[in-house]
Design a protein around this ligand. Structure first.
Ligand SMILES: [Zn+2]
Length: 407
């Protein structure tokens, strides 16, 4: 008995400390940027020689690393201490490499995810000096020779085990404020949609900050944000943030690209087993690859899509999500935010909307592939409008819920 109590209190304390640390580390990183810069990656190069593909990371200071292989799809993941990124290419392809991404994975842990054409082996690796660089040689091998999980490291280095994601940042609810989770899509090693120098992860972060600012200053809501810097957060972890904080609503913000450049306007999505249309299915599939993009090993997870949907709690949550989505559509219209001309409320199997007990919506605010939308998405005016629309939707929604409860 004592053990259990003490343990749970201990956990709460740890979470509180982590949240405090997480919050503190943000301001420090802004203030400290000019003073003590982290080591930086200044270049990423690929070469092919004798059938081997060489990946070279140019760094300002040699840093330790560990690297491992994943499958479904084939990927090489390189973990490093927290680094600045002085390179801004989005995808590089050569030899067995079809693309790569880099960014913050966890606090204290930057990550490079290298997409591979097929099975490979890491045949050699090293940290070299003059100039400082890290080097990995990859050789194609047969499927049967591929060792998923093959891991190498410099001097057995392992990334620090930091807090995985910001679990409860909110103290237990002392008042009647509704808890709202704002989820800026993507982050860190997962840039989301990319158009030129514009990364979806930065667009969503900027909007989320403005939404949080407006909700905070209303004094009516307790706002939790799933990430407050450029860091990777897995889809399940985002759902966990909502559940662990007993959230009353979860709002995920996105700004995708569309194969047709002309396509523009916002759409609001909720969860369902089947998709409302082809575009919804395409988007859900794309958004759901975030964990693969971030270099997570998903083999340990089963696909829990289907049965859960028959659950009663889930069904009520889905109905509430739909009510919220429709209210949001009318508030977006009132605030003159451009919506898709038809099918503004759509549904599909988005992994990030799967909290069974928290009404959840995903907002595609517009398309980075459309030049008018892109300009709009990057404007202060747009962020303010979205903030006002979300605040008004929350007021409408919770009034509706209170009215229902009072009946
Ligand atoms: Zn997205």
């Amino acid at each position: 008995m004592f053990g259990v109590m003490a343990y749970s209190k201990y956990l709460i304390l740890i979470r509180f400390l982590m949240a405090a640390f997480f919050a503190a580390s943000v301001s420090v990183s802004f203030a400290g940027m000019a003073v003590a810069a982290d080591p930086a990656v200044t270049g990423v190069r690929l070469g092919v020689n004798n059938g081997k593909t060489r990946v070279v990371l140019d760094v300002t200071k040699a840093v330790p690393y560990s690297a491992f292989l994943l499958e479904n799809p084939y990927r090489l993941v390189i973990d490093l201490p927290e680094l600045d990124w002085g390179v801004n290419e989005d995808a590089t392809a050569r030899g067995v490499v079809t693309g790569m991404r880099y960014g913050l994975f966890r606090a204290g842990n930057s990550r490079v995810v290298v997409d591979l054409k097929g099975p490979i082996e890491i045949v050699s690796h090293a940290a070299l000096g003059k100039p400082d660089r890290l080097m990995f040689d990859l050789l194609p091998v047969s499927k049967s020779k591929y060792k998923a999980g093959q891991a190498v490291a410099l001097n057995n280095w392992k990334p620090p085990v930091a807090n995985a994601f910001p679990l409860p940042q909110a103290p237990p609810r002392a008042d009647s404020k509704r808890v709202v989770v704002i989820d800026p899509g993507h982050g860190g090693v997962d840039p989301g949609a990319v158009r030129g120098n514009t990364h979806e992860k930065n667009v969503t972060m900027a909007v989320a900050r403005e939404v949080k600012r407006q909700l905070d200053s209303s004094g009516r809501y307790q706002v939790i944000i799933t990430r407050n810097r450029d860091i990777f957060v897995g889809l399940r972890d985002r759902v966990t943030v909502a559940q662990a904080n007993n959230a009353d609503i979860f709002i995920s913000l996105h700004a995708d690209t569309h194969p047709k450049q002309k396509t523009r306007g916002a759409s609001i999505y909720t969860l369902s087993e089947g998709a409302s249309d082809k575009e919804a299915a395409r988007l859900a599939k794309k958004e759901n690859t975030s964990d693969i993009i971030g270099g997570l090993d998903l083999s340990q997870y089963s696909d829990e899509t289907t049965d859960i949907l028959r659950d009663l709690t889930r069904r009520r949550t889905m109905e509430e999500s739909s009510v919220f989505a429709n209210m949001m559509i009318s508030q977006f219209a009132k605030k003159k935010i451009n919506m898709q001309p038809y099918k503004t409320h759509r549904f599909a199997g988005f992994a990030v909307l799967k909290a069974p007990d928290v009404p959840s919506v995903l907002v595609e605010m517009g398309y980075l592939s459309n030049s008018i939308d892109k300009k709009m998405l990057l404007s202060t005016d747009f962020r303010k409008k979205v903030g006002r629309a979300i605040l008004a939707t929350l007021d409408d929604f919770f009034k509706h819920m209170d009215d229902l409860a009072a009946r």
